[in-house]
Structures are given as structure tokens and as C-alpha cells.
Design a protein around this ligand. Structure first.
Ligand SMILES: Nc1nc2c(c(=O)[nH]1)N[C@H]1C(S)=C(S)[C@@H](COP(=O)(O)OP(=O)(O)OC[C@H]3O[C@@H](n4cnc5c(=O)[nH]c(N)nc54)[C@H](O)[C@@H]3O)O[C@H]1N2
Ligand SMILES: Nc1nc2c(c(=O)[nH]1)N[C@H]1C(S)=C(S)[C@@H](COP(=O)(O)OP(=O)(O)OC[C@H]3O[C@@H](n4cnc5c(=O)[nH]c(N)nc54)[C@H](O)[C@@H]3O)O[C@H]1N2
Ligand code: SF4
Ligand SMILES: [Mo]
Length: 682
């Protein structure tokens, strides 16, 4: 690569269903262009707009990146730092950590991490350090998808091995429930649906581009999915289309569900869901004619009754026997163990000396207010000041002078501004790693194309050095990237070593399409699908899924939905100028009935507010949302917005019915014209 020009093929490791192939043009060691790999089966030469801008923008601009370790010199939150050497920074951090260990024990050290990068080493290896340290992990899935995981795992014994997208050709219907691939899986949206030949049914309160292109869109009121699912079952039962044989053989507790089906007529459900009875009938027929795939979204379960909703929707494949046969099944997300990856090897939980301690993201602000329970915080792969609930309270807690805060990132995010020490991370364009997509069953290589800017280092190297500074000696903490990559590739069996995989870039794996639950053996205690059992109440749920609804407010307040934007990847890309200007005053979509009622005009600057906080936005009046709903998008950079916050200023950290997970789509707030603080809206 020392020569003039080279093209490097690599993989995008963002938290995205697509995991696109990328080609990087390098000239004299510097990246000159990042584009889509024309040979890649998923993205076929294109990159999404956000990555096209940011990977050719701030990601390769040393002026926009963190390039040296920094020590705080201003007040917390101010973002004023002095450069320091790596050894000095890590030495000082280690000394403070050792002192905290001696006085308060390891659990007073918290760490948060999540989707900054999803490659295996940069996402997983640092866990070896935290296991050895015995720190409290802020449970990452509680800010995203844990309610759905727990509900599906209790029901089917497994939430992480869904249908294989390669099997879609055998499906006649694909139900897309609370997922918006037009933003969160743009290339699946572009090619996969069409090439499957299946008819597409979308259930979403928002008329997303996915919904607009579907054969049938049920524009449901948020929070009413369980009623809709039951009404579809009611139609199937009435028409004699329930698969009794499948139910008798493979399920436990169906009779407890049956009690609810009888009363859940489409006419009954129309009242709470807002979906016309005739459309519910149409959807039921489309799905039951099958074979049908069900893609269950993460957006769907981010609501107060998220666990119950997930269970109720999962009754559809169960009732119709759409499990274990070609063209049938459901997908939440596809984990890497079926491709051979041993996560215990990657994260080494055996290094922990005590049972691991965790806290929910929903309790993060409260925990950080408690000086006794939290003395240090390490944030890596995670921008809590943008992504987590209780933005105002969290920022206040991060101002604590006695909290040692170490932030590791590529950029000076809002979270980084609060840190005592900032450690600069290398980007995926700068080191080798592995990507295991969570939609397609594949194994892909991330191949470094250039050296990191300045002194930035991959997460792995940062934690190897920190382990050394702590005086740790366990060899697992020092294993080299090359050794781990070869070991992981061997675990998959997709290639003999990392270099061989890198030469191919992307391998569909397992080679033969996976058939979910092909043997109809379910890893639950009973070996059957557990629709109702005693295990659910222990997890905070009712014995059986219920047709319950979380109604919209009736006092003039609105429900705020904040799903993925096609211009952002969570908070990543929020600092790319072509993106950030869209979010300086972010858009908020409201139904014309609501804007009319509130005397608002299209384009008005409004304040959306509740007891937790307030955020400003520009209104777009449109029936892309139903009455009673405001749509904004998640995770723009607060400090680049006119009012210094994002939509998470409104979220009080309400938990789902199970798993202490996020109910961010249950936020309720009022809207008024900005500047009209005194005027009540009603
Ligand atoms: N209102 C609302 N809020 C939400 C959601 C919602 O639906 N609505 N969704 C939630 C969901 S689903 C999730 S998953 C969370 C995600 O929240 P986060 O985990 O915060 O997501 P990101 O912004 O992707 O990544 C965080 C940081 O990682 C950094 N990063 C990227 N690569 C690297 C690397 O190699 N090393 C290091 N050290 N850092 C790196 C990025 O620059 C970024 O600042 O947000 C949640 N927040
Ligand atoms: N471009 C882009 N892609 C992303 C991300 C991103 O920020 N930007 N984030 C990544 C991450 S971390 C994740 S977890 C995934 C999430 O991606 P998805 O699984 O697609 O989830 P969301 O975008 O949060 O929400 C999907 C849909 O759920 C709908 N929804 C909200 N409430 C309800 C409800 O009560 N019922 C139903 N049926 N639907 C509801 C929303 O209107 C939205 O259209 O995307 C990943 N991909
Ligand atoms: S974020 Fe998703 S769509 Fe964009 S380049 Fe990466 S994998 Fe592809
Ligand atoms: Mo997520």
C-alpha cells in the first residue's frame, strides 16, 4: 500500500441491517474516495446517502476527528481539553481506577457501550477488560431491543435466529411489523422485497417509504399492535384458517390465548387501532394464505407494553403454522453464534471474579447522580448525551466533579464534552476486523485502508494498553488482533484465516440457507412454543399475551415517536455538515387535524414539551402520521441544534413491561408555537 494507488474492499460495520460492501481508494497512504462495492450482493455499488457524505467527509477529515488523548481543563460539559501523551493519560486513569477499586470496589465503576461500531473486535474485545475489572455494565440492549428479545426468548427459546433472507423466494407474503427498512435497511428495501416476489404487508403508525411501497399498509395507532394481532387471529379463527394441528403438536398454553381471540373482532379492534375492519380482514387473509415471513421491528417494542406486543404479534406465525417450513418464519435479528462465533471467546466472561453487575440505561441518570454507587464512568462506542433518556438530568449528573469520566470516540460528541479524559479511537477504515451482519447470514471482512489520524488507536489497542497500565497480566487481555481474527474466522469455518476471507470480502454463511426451527424443536423448558406459562409472570408479563392497548392521550397531548432517520445512524453522522444542517431545527410531522386544532401552520417553529424537558422543531403538517402522533427522528447531535438538545430531552426513561428496556415510543408531550411559552395550547 506504500505505492501510488490501491483499492481496498471492506465492509460497513454500522448498526445497520445491510452491512454493505465498500471500496476505498487510497493514494500514497491517504483515503481519497469511499464508495459502494459493485461486486457486493447487498448494496451492488451504492452506499446510503449518509455514509456517502460522512465517509468522504468528517470520517476521513483529521480536522474533524479526535487525534490525540486529551485531559480536561475547563468545566465539565464545556469541552475544553489539553492534549496529553497516551502513557500519561492511561497512567493517570489507571491510578484513579485503582484508588476507586481500593475504596469503593469495582462495581462503582460503570461503563456504557453500544452500537458505535458493530465489528467483532472493536465491539467485543474491550469486554475482556471490563470483565477482569468487574465493572458495572450499563446493559446495552436496554436502550434498544431487550423487551423483544426477552419476550421471544421466553416464547420460542430463542430470539436471535430468525428467517434467512435467502429463503424469501418461497414466501408469498412478507409482513413488516414496526420496522422501517427504507431508513434502517435501505438496500434490503431497494432489492430484497422486490426480488422475493412476495406481497408486502406493513404495520406502522407512520407512512414510511416502506409503507408507501407496500401492497397493504395498516396505519395503526401506536401502542395498539396487540389488539390488531388478535383481530387478525379472530378473522382466521372465524374462517377456520387456524392451524390446529401445528398448535396441538408444538405449543403450550394456546387455550389461554383462545379466550381472548373470540372477543377481538375487527370491528372491536377498529376502535382502538384506528385501522378499518375491512383492512384488518384483508391483512389477515394476505398473511394466512402464506407461506409468510414476519419481520418484527425493534421500533415496535420500544413502548410501555413492548413485551406483550411482541408476544401478541408472534402469535401470527404460531396460529398459522408459519414456522419451520420454506418461506415461513420470523426475524427479530440474526445472531452470530449460528455462524460459529463463540462470544465467550471474544469477551472472556471467565475473567470476572464476581457475578457481573448491570444497570438499565433507563436508570443511568439516577445511578450517576448517586456519588456512592458511581465513582467512575467509561463511555465507548456510545454517545449517551444524545442517545439515552433523561437528557437534562443525565447531563447534570455528568457534571459531577467527583466522577471520573473517560470517553473513547472518533469525534468530540456531546458526551465527550463532559469527560475528564478523552481517548481517540481509530475508525473502521483504519483497522482489520470482522462483521457478522444481523439480517443476512454472512461473514464479512473489515479491512483497514489507511493509518488512523494522529495518535488514534482501535478500541482493542486502547484496552490492551489500559490493561497494562492497570498492571493486569492475564494473556486474554493482550491477545493480538491478527491472532483473534484468525481464531474467529476459523470458528466460522467460512475461510481458513482472515486474509483468505479478506480476499473474498463477503461470504454468505452458512453456505446453505438456514431454515429457522427446521426440526420444530424449541429450546424452551417444554420443548414447545410457550404461548402461556408461569415463566412470564416472573418476567413481569401476564401468563398469556393479551389484546391490551396503550391508548393515545385524550387531553390534547400527543404521542412522540422517534425512530431511525435515513440521514443518521443513531447519533453517528450527526456532525457531518451535510447532515447536521437538517437537524439544526429538526422536522416534526403532525397530522393536519392536530396542527389545525393547535392553530399551527406548516413550517411553524414549535416547542414540544413535557415535565421531563422540551425540544424545538419545525412542523410539517401531513397525514404520514395519524392524529395524536408527532414524529421526530432519534439522536441528532444536541450541541449542533439551535436549542442544544434532541428528542431525548422528552424521554423520562419509562421502562417496558419486561426487561427494564426502553419505552421511548411511549413519550407523551404537548406542542406549542415556540416563544408562546405562556400561552396554553388548548
Ligand atoms: N429517542 C430515541 N432514542 C434512541 C432510540 C430511539 O429509537 N429513539 N434508539 C436507541 C437505540 S435503538 C440505540 S441502539 C441507541 C444507540 O445509541 P449509541 O450507542 O450512542 O449509538 P451511535 O450514535 O451509533 O454510537 C455512539 C458513538 O460511537 C462512536 N464510534 C463509532 N465508531 C467507534 C469506534 O470504533 N470506537 C469508539 N470508541 N467509538 C466509536 C460514534 O462516533 C458515536 O459517537 O440509541 C437509542 N436512542
Ligand atoms: N438510517 C438508520 N438506520 C438505522 C439506525 C438509524 O438510526 N438510522 N439505527 C439502527 C438501530 S440501533 C436499530 S435498533 C435499528 C432499528 O430499526 P427498526 O427496527 O426499523 O426500528 P425503528 O426505526 O426504531 O422503528 C421502526 C418503525 O416502528 C414504528 N413504530 C413506532 N411505534 C410503533 C408501534 O406502536 N407499533 C408499530 N407497529 N410500529 C411502531 C416507527 O414508526 C418506525 O417506522 O435500525 C438500525 N438502522
Ligand atoms: S449504514 Fe447501512 S446502508 Fe449505509 S453504508 Fe453502512 S451498511 Fe450500508
Ligand atoms: Mo438499536
Amino acid at each position: 500500500m506504500t505505492g501510488e494507488r490501491a483499492t481496498v474492499r471492506t465492509t460497513c460495520p454500522r448498526d445497520c441491517y445491510d452491512s454493505c460492501g465498500i471500496q476505498v481508494q487510497v493514494r500514497r497512504g491517504a483515503i481519497v474516495k469511499v464508495s459502494g462495492d459493485p461486486a457486493h450482493p447487498v448494496n451492488r455499488g451504492a452506499l446510503c446517502g449518509k455514509c456517502m457524505h460522512a465517509y468522504n467527509g468528517v470520517w476521513i477529515d483529521p480536522g474533524a476527528r479526535l487525534t490525540r488523548p486529551l485531559r480536561r481543563r475547563g468545566a465539565k460539559g464545556e469541552g475544553a481539553f489539553t492534549p496529553v501523551g497516551w502513557e500519561e493519560a492511561l497512567g493517570e486513569i489507571a491510578e484513579r481506577l485503582r484508588e476507586i477499586l481500593a475504596v469503593s470496589g469495582p462495581r462503582a465503576i460503570l461503563h456504557t457501550h453500544y452500537t458505535g461500531t458493530c465489528s467483532l473486535l472493536a465491539g467485543g474485545f474491550p469486554m475482556r477488560f471490563f470483565h477482569r475489572l468487574g465493572a458495572t455494565e450499563v446493559d446495552p440492549d436496554t436502550v434498544c431491543n431487550k423487551a423483544g428479545h426477552v419476550a421471544l426468548a421466553l416464547t420460542f427459546g430463542d430470539s436471535a435466529h430468525g428467517f434467512d433472507p435467502r429463503t424469501a423466494g418461497a414466501a408469498r407474503c412478507i409482513a413488516v411489523w414496526g420496522v422501517n427498512p427504507s431508513a434502517s435497511a435501505p438496500h434490503a428495501q431497494q432489492y430484497w422485497f422486490k426480488e422475493s416476489g412476495a406481497r408486502v404487508l406493513v404495520v406502522d403508525p407512520v407512512r414510511t417509504d416502506t409503507a408507501a411501497h407496500a401492497d397493504l399498509h395498516l396505519q395503526i395507532r401506536p401502542g395498539s399492535d396487540a389488539a390488531l394481532a388478535y383481530a387478525m387471529l379472530n378473522v382466521m379463527a372465524r374462517d377456520g384458517r387456524i392451524d390446529r394441528e401445528f398448535i396441538d403438536r408444538h405449543t403450550l398454553g394456546w387455550e389461554e390465548v383462545e379466550r381472548h381471540i373470540a372477543g377481538a373482532t375487527p370491528a372491536w379492534a377498529e376502535k382502538s387501532t384506528g385501522v378499518a375492519a375491512a383492512r384488518i380482514e384483508e391483512a389477515a387473509r394476505l398473511y394466512v394464505d402464506g407461506p409468510s415471513l414476519l419481520w418484527m421491528g425493534q421500533g415496535m417494542q420500544r413502548q410501555r407494553l413492548g413485551g406483550n406486543v411482541t408476544r401478541a404479534v408472534s402469535l401470527l406465525p404460531i396460529a398459522t403454522g408459519n414456522i419451520g417450513r420454506p418461506g415461513a418464519g420470523f426475524l427479530y435479528l440474526n445472531g452470530s453464534d449460528l455462524r460459529g462465533i463463540q462470544s465467550d471467546y471474544l469477551t472472556a466472561p471467565h475473567l470476572a471474579r464476581e457475578a457481573p453487575a448491570t444497570v438499565s440505561h433507563m436508570d443511568l441518570a439516577a445511578r450517576l447522580e448517586d456519588g456512592g454507587a458511581s465513582r467512575a464512568l467509561v463511555t465507548w462506542n456510545n454517545n449517551i448525551a444524545a442517545s439515552s433518556p433523561e437528557q437534562r438530568r443525565l447531563r447534570q449528573a455528568l457534571r459531577r466533579e467527583d466522577l471520573l469520566h473517560v470517553a473513547i470516540d472518533l469525534f468530540q460528541t456531546d458526551t465527550v464534552d463532559y469527560a475528564d479524559y478523552v481517548l481517540p479511537a481509530a475508525s473502521f477504515l483504519e483497522f482489520d476486523d470482522l462483521v457478522l451482519p444481523y439480517f443476512h447470514y454472512a461473514v464479512a471482512a473489515q479491512v483497514g485502508a489507511a493509518a488512523p489520524p494522529g495518535e488514534a488507536l482501535p478500541n482493542q489497542e486502547i484496552f490492551r494498553r489500559l490493561a497494562a497500565a492497570m498492571g493486569y497480566t492475564e494473556p486474554e487481555l493482550f491477545e493480538s488482533d491478527a491472532q483473534m481474527l484468525d481464531a474467529l474466522v476459523r470458528q466460522t469455518g467460512a475461510a481458513k484465516d482472515f486474509r483468505t476471507l479478506a480476499a473474498r470480502n463477503y461470504v454468505l454463511w452458512p453456505a446453505r440457507p438456514h431454515q429457522q426451527f427446521a426440526d420444530l424443536l424449541f429450546p424452551t423448558p417444554s420443548g414447545r412454543i410457550e404461548v402461556a406459562s408461569d415463566r412470564f409472570p416472573a418476567a413481569g408479563l401476564s401468563r398469556e399475551p393479551r389484546p391490551d392497548v396503550e391508548p393515545l392521550p385524550t387531553d390534547g397531548a400527543l404521542r412522540v415517536l422517534s425512530p431511525a432517520s435515513k440521514w443518521l445512524m443513531n447519533s453517528s453522522f450527526g456532525n457531518e455538515p451535510k447532515v447536521s444542517r437538517r437537524f439544526e431545527l429538526p422536522a416534526a410531522w403532525m397530522h393536519p387535524q392536530d396542527t389545525g386544532r393547535l392553530g399551527l401552520e406548516d413550517g411553524d417553529r414549535v416547542e414540544i414539551h413535557n415535565a421531563t424537558g422540551a425540544v424545538q422543531a419545525r412542523v410539517t403538517a401531513s397525514d404520514v402520521v395519524p392524529p395524536g402522533v408527532v414524529l421526530m427522528h432519534k439522536s441528532s447531535w444536541p450541541k449542533l441544534a439551535a436549542d442544544g438538545v434532541n428528542v431525548n430531552a422528552l424521554f423520562d426513561g419509562t421502562k417496558t413491561d419486561t426487561a427494564e428496556s426502553t419505552a421511548v415510543h411511549s413519550v407523551v408531550a404537548r406542542v406549542r408555537r415556540a416563544g408562546d411559552a405562556a400561552a396554553a395550547e388548548e
